[in-house]
Ligand binder design. Sequence first.
Ligand SMILES: Nc1ncnc2c1ncn2[C@@H]1O[C@H](COP(=O)(O)OP(=O)(O)OP(=O)(O)O)[C@@H](O)[C@H]1O
Length: 901
Amino acid sequence: MADRRNQLVARVRELLAEALGASRNRSAEAQTALAAARQRAVRIRRAAAGVPERVGAERDRRLTEIETGHAARLAELMRRAAEAAAREAPGAGSAGWSTWQPTPAERAEPPGMARVGTLRLPEQGHRQGPRGDIVAEPVPALVTLLDGGHVALDGDPEGCAAVVSALLLRSLGRAAPGSVRLIGYDPDHLGGGLAGFAPLGTAGLLTFVGPGGLGGLLDDLVEQIRRINETVLAGEYASLRELAATTGRRPEPWRVAVLLGGDELSRHERGQLDRVVRAGAACGVHLIVRGVPLPDDPTVTRVRVTADSAHVDTLPVRLDPPPPAALVTETCRRIASVVSAGPAPTPFTDLLPPPEQMWREDSATGLTAPIGEGPQGRPVLLTLGDYPPHALIGGPSGTGKTNLIFAWIGALAARYSPGELEFYLLDFKEGVSFARFAQGRRDPSWLPHMRLVGINVNTDREFGLALLRFLAEELRRRADAAKKHEVTKLAELRAVDPTGHWPRIVAVVDEFQMLLAGRDAVAREAADLLEDLARRGRSQGIHLVLASQDVRGIEALWGRPALVAQFTLRIALPKALRILAERNDAAQSLPKFHAVVNAESGLPEGNQVARIPSASDWETWSELQHRLWRMRPAEAAPARLFDGDAIPRLADAPDFRALHAPEVGTPRGPIALLGEIIDVQARSAALRLPRAPGRNLAVLGTRVDEACAVLDAAARSLARQHRPGSARFSIACLDPDADPAARALYEELADDAAWYDEESVTELMAETADGLGGPGATGTPHYLLLFAVDAAAGALAARVGRASGLEHLRRILHDGPERRTHVLAWWRGVARMRADLGGAGARTDQIGAWVALDIHGGELSGALYPGTSGPDWYPRPWRGLFFDRAVHRTGQTIIPYGPSR
Ligand SMILES: Nc1ncnc2c1ncn2[C@@H]1O[C@H](COP(=O)(O)OP(=O)(O)OP(=O)(O)O)[C@@H](O)[C@H]1O
């Protein structure tokens, strides 16, 4: 039993030991696991502690990134907004006050908006500057006024006044001087931003309406809107802005009414205010109000100002300071002085079609072109055709006649090509402005339509006559052509003869009364020609435009009612008298640079007032002329310029250039050119010297230079028709003053010339007379050029052999021409010539031709000139009267050629 018990104890011990061992192992394992777990926990805790730090950094990084992007985007948007604002409110519309100056919009350009401050954004836009600094980009706060709408102000008076003066100054700065008119209504004398604009009042650009005047003011604005809608926009345009954009014209000013408080409005006034708000902006009528309720309308911008903030509609705004007072008054003063100086002329380009449209018109039925702008901004047209055919222009000196002629010629020349229209222009007053139409030294261009320009012709009425004769000839040519084609009018002639050259002709004569002045042959013939041209030119496309500053010019026509009646188109410049019908005094109240245009012979119902653009200053004109000149046809030749003050040169004369010597022998009837004829083609006066009795020339008068010039031209032109060595030129100079000219001629003629003086002239006479031989003898052509031959009378009176020198001279004059010996002699008076010819009663028929210089017509009576009283000749410098009994009925005025040297 004990064993059993011992065995049992041993077994229990054994089991216990096993159990203890096992549990020790387990415990150790547990310990290890615990330690590991503890370590993990620490690690985890540590790791866990690191996690939020990383997430936060990431979040912050992202946030910063988003913020930067946002700021950049905002800055970019604000930059664009600022740029857009600068576009919407260019120049004076938004410039800062320190650099502000007026920048008027072009006429087709809208004036734009006006800046009053900057937008106050919740997050102000920034962008990084180059060094990382922050740069603010303010966005301008803009308000629409001119052409856009109205502004209603409310709140702090000082802030409102700042907005009013900023808006007004910016509006004035964006418009041409005078094109913004302000009307103030300030019954409580609040000033309200208007005060600084007072200088505009002197030019009528700022008017005030007194207390109680609001109703009248609103009625007036409504009336303006009605008128503009009916007569200016006239259903064609929705607004003045559209009209300006389409046509480039702005015929109405902007009217800005500034209404500052006052009593409550009556029903009528409210109604009128409503109308202005609804319809005003399209007609350039705008309101700026404070203390006057404006109805809600899309055109109304509301500006609310409190002591520390401001809003434009709903946008918060930081208002600009008001413009400096000095800037306001100085700007207004300048505008007022420009306006007081007179209305700005409309630009000349208004009269012209666009370049691609030039020379597109057809003149078959007439010529139509604008001359200026009418009161409603519409062009006023001038027409020349079957009706009205001719025009009279009148206006005292300085009222713009010349300018009007330039404007009209330019408007026509730009529309009709030179094949459709030709001009002839004659200016009887002193001045050279029309010379521009012809080619000049300074400017090689000319107006391709211009065929003739006569300037400084005041003493050369013959030139006017020559033009009229030329036109009469052209009229005859046209009438003949019409008859041949069995038609009556130019339009029909052009239809049946489409390849013919039948342009309309416009002949302009400025100060035409000079042509008709006096009761002499020139005036009589001129009036007859004018009458004929006026009557018949109408249907043949020849149109007369006569201008005069002087009522006497018109009176010269008044005596010829049939002539005056043809001039149905009348153009009266300010203060012109008698151009319009008797009781039509519209020209008396015309402003400067305006004209009454009347196509009804001046009857009041035909009046149209036009504002004439400035066209005559050199730059304005030459721009057009150069353009048209470049368009000229290849064969176009410059206009003939006749300048009464210029002395022509023989070497330039077409007739001189055309002379040449025959291949063999002597010319049958050589020609001596004496001077330029006063005519349209610059021809030379030519004396034919065939072998026929009387073919000698006497130059009569005391003017040395002119006499020498006539003999010089005669000799040089004759020499050109003889080969060297085939003619003799004997030059006798008996007046020392003529010596240089005679010597120059002697040198020019070289071997063909011989020189004689007082000593040797007698020999010349004797030898020449003796050499004449019998009546059939025809020797070498011999020309005796005797300068101041009367000075040799003493020497010639002496007998040499059988006869005296004078007798020889008479024989040469008598028998010479038939033997090719011609005398071209200068006597210093008619009586001296007669004496040399044999005394007072001597025959003069051996003097077949003469040129009279300072000799009165009466002295030339008798055998020298047909009739009893001599020619109508009043001597004047550098002019001569040429008469050739073989070809002339009346004398011909010539201009001696200038010295050839
Ligand atoms: N429409 C106009 N706009 C601006 N300036 C003008 C206009 N018309 C004329 N003028 C200017 O007025 C001045 C006188 O004009 P213009 O020479 O045409 O007058 P006029 O009547 O022909 O005078 P006169 O007969 O004395 O020559 C010139 O300096 C001219 O430039």
